[in-house]
Unconditional design. Sequence first.
Length: 232
Amino acid sequence: MNIGDRLEAIGKLVPQGCVLADIGTDHAYLPVWLLEQGRIAFAIAGDIAEGPCLAAKNTVSMYGMKGRVEVRLGSGLKVLQPKEAECIAIAGMGASTMIEILSEDMPLAVEAKRLVLQPMAGAASLRRWLCQNGWCIVAEDLVEDGRHLYEIIAAERGASASFSDAELEIGPKLMEVGHPLLAKQFARQIDGYKKLLTNMGKSEQAKLSEKYLAWEKLLQELEALADACNCK
């Protein structure tokens, strides 16, 4: 199975030999691919909608994975039983949805040895929430696909270091390892805040707002951090 660079990068952060819960599984490509690679022992593929669950069951059947992937219809982590999943993967959603899913069933979330998360937007807010709620970011990756730059975050229970807002925007582990796409990550974030400030700057009232001043400060911090990382 060829699952593409994004899902493959997510899969590489899933611990060897674990029981995986793939939440919002869609077609169940990730768990089936991981089983093909001999990376996981078993998978629970959960989705809130019947259509994706049917698609997932078709994938499981097509690749001969019946008995190794269990497809379940349900919302978020509610498809899981206590201590059932050693790793929880959630991909392709906004950070706010991921935070809601984890918050609603925190006892189930904290039982997992690792979370592997790929937010479509709002990665900084997800990193902040993880650090504030007892998770430590242990690994990160960036994947470029066309015009998109996907951020992948792996977190485990434990005390977190303290990070600045700018570090949370970029990704502390991406900076620590000097990721090959780090310069593009800085450029994307800096350009994004420049555009926001330019648009807000057209209104004198907006320029005086707390949000404008906060984003202006964050932009300065991002530019200084980019300089420090030789990424400008």
